[in-house]
Ligand binder design. Structure first.
Ligand SMILES: Cc1cc2nc3c(=O)[nH]c(=O)nc-3n(C[C@H](O)[C@H](O)[C@H](O)COP(=O)(O)OP(=O)(O)OC[C@H]3O[C@@H](n4cnc5c(N)ncnc54)[C@H](O)[C@@H]3O)c2cc1C
Length: 456
């Protein structure tokens, strides 16, 4: 049951925006707000497919008058639960992108995914610090901090933001940067939501044309020695290199590439943005740990960064749990092998562990709201078979969490925290002092809670 919207006000909104307004039940609405996980289908009262900053101002003003909570969506990669009721602002068409090579700044519209930013920056020998998947939205990702394949060298992506243009809850278009509205600028770098609608982000790029990296795969009896070698090797890895692993269990069906179909493999990922010969030397112990099944680690252009993790481009049904861990040693390796390794009957398509540390642990000089700087690792469990979502996946995730309970960090960065409507997930996404300052900043910039965010 929805609320009755004032038809005159809707007609006026339609008249005033250059984008498109969809009401519940209208054709085009579902496609505009489709999520990466197709099992999640939002059901808002109204969607505004934005075409300009002024559209945001009009839409927010309409929502305020109608008493509708406002949420923002770009790609739908972050959707964890269906949104029912209210207004969704779809930023997909805010796709402006320009690069100023001299200042090394990219101006990125709210609807832009990482892929075009990477390509445009590469034309100038520059690169953004992205996440593992280049189809994720640059702004939504960065608002949470952003932990990518080069994280230990360059830190959270939000550490590279130089400014935002936003529309506030009271309908003003303002800048947030180091000198202007610096409290909002602090909060938008890691605080994720409940603050304002970002229409453009200015991101500093790094001078980088290529890196040494990719992924090697181990299979069968090679998995355990490779995992054990990775645990010891990564403990001493210099900050200039970033690594992660994923235990992947592929179903025996059409879809996965033939060498992976029906197999459990360990993917060891590596990224070193220095000279290849040094990258090769650093990575040699992993290649020597056990017979390598597939080897895709080599010098690569920055435009190939997505091939380090090989995240799926197309979404699908997924059940996900994420944690941060303080430590990961051989005992923790036992847990992973027992509960998610070959022959364990793991319901997970992917069990991924990303090593943090290095630059992720260091806040910027002016400070940010990023949660999870103290984490040692991220651990993400992902099941893709819907028949496991109700019981097998949650039960196995509980077993993993229980076995690792002494290592689970108090804080899990918001991009890995899961459904923020869940109070425990929300409260665990930032340390208490950050949580308090964020609450104060949200109250200041959105006192009437126009922008719905977190537990209700
Ligand atoms: C395949 C995959 C790979 C991923 N890899 C990584 C990774 O390597 N590192 C990492 O840190 N995270 C990763 N994530 C998590 C990802 O960063 C978050 O899900 C992020 O929120 C996605 O942003 P989006 O804009 O694409 O998604 P959306 O679902 O469109 O947006 C997510 C949220 O961002 C906020 N938001 C988006 N745009 C705006 C805006 N203009 N103004 C205000 N708020 C806005 C809203 O709160 C919205 O609910 C990954 C997710 C997926 C599905």
């Amino acid at each position: 049951m929805g609320i009755e919207l004032d038809t005159t006000a809707v007609a006026r909104l339609r008249d005033r925006v250059t984008g498109t307004v969809y009401l519940r039940g209208e054709e085009g609405l579902a496609a505009e707000i489709a999520c990466f996980n197709p099992a999640i289908r939002h059901d808002p009262e109204i969607v505004v497919a934005l075409a300009s900053d002024d559209d945001v101002v009009e839409a927010v003003s309409f929502a305020r008058a109608a008493g509708l909570p406002v949420r923002v969506q770009a790609t739908g990669h972050g959707a964890e639960a269906p949104i029912v009721g209210g207004m969704i602002l779809s930023t997909r068409s805010l796709d402006g992108l320009s690069i100023d090579a001299d200042s090394r700044l990219a101006h990125i519209g709210a609807g832009v995914r990482w892929a075009p930013v990477i390509v445009a920056a590469a034309e100038h020998g520059l690169a953004p610090i992205t996440g593992s998947s280049t189809s994720v939205g640059a702004v939504g990702y960065t608002l949470g901090g952003g932990i990518g394949p080069l994280a230990r060298t360059y830190g959270y992506t939000s550490d590279w933001v130089r400014g935002f243009r936003v529309v506030t809850a009271d309908g003003r278009i303002v800048t947030a940067d180091r000198d202007t509205n610096s409290d909002l600028f602090w909060a938008l770098r890691g605080g994720k939501g409940g603050l304002a609608v970002v229409t453009e982000m200015t991101l500093e790029l790094v001078a980088l044309r290529s890196l040494y990296g990719g992924s090697v795969f181990f299979e069968g009896g090679a998995i355990e020695p490779a995992l054990r070698a990775w645990i010891d090797w990564s403990a001493d890895l210099p900050d200039e290199a970033t690594t992660s692993i994923a235990l992947l269990t592929f179903p025996d069906v059409d879809g996965p590439p033939p060498p992976l179909r029906g197999r459990t493999v360990l993917s060891v990922r590596f990224a070193y943005p220095g000279v290849s010969i040094e990258g090769e030397r650093l990575f040699a112990p992993i290649r020597a740990a056990a017979p390598v099944y597939l080897d895709f680690v080599a010098e690569m252009p920055t435009t190939a960064v997505a091939s380090i993790h090989n995240d799926p481009e197309e979404g699908g049904p997924a059940w996900i749990r994420g944690f941060m861990l303080d430590t990961f040693d051989q005992d923790a390796g036992d847990v992973l092998l027992e509960l998610a390794g070959p022959g364990s009957g793991s319901p997970f398509l992917s069990v991924e562990l990303r090593q943090l540390g290095g630059a992720t642990a260091r806040d910027t000089a002016d400070g940010t709201a990023v949660g999870g700087r103290d984490g040692g690792y991220t651990l993400a469990l992902l099941a893709a078979d819907p028949s496991t979502f109700a019981e097998a996946a949650p039960a196995r995730a509980l077993a993993v969490a229980d076995a690792l309970r002494d290592r689970i960090s108090a804080i899990t960065n918001v991009n890995f925290a899961g459904d923020l409507a869940d109070r425990a997930a929300f409260e665990g996404a930032w340390p208490d002092p950050v949580q308090e300052r964020l609450a104060a900043t949200r109250s200041q910039w959105d006192p009437d809670r126009v922008f719905a965010f977190g537990p209700s």
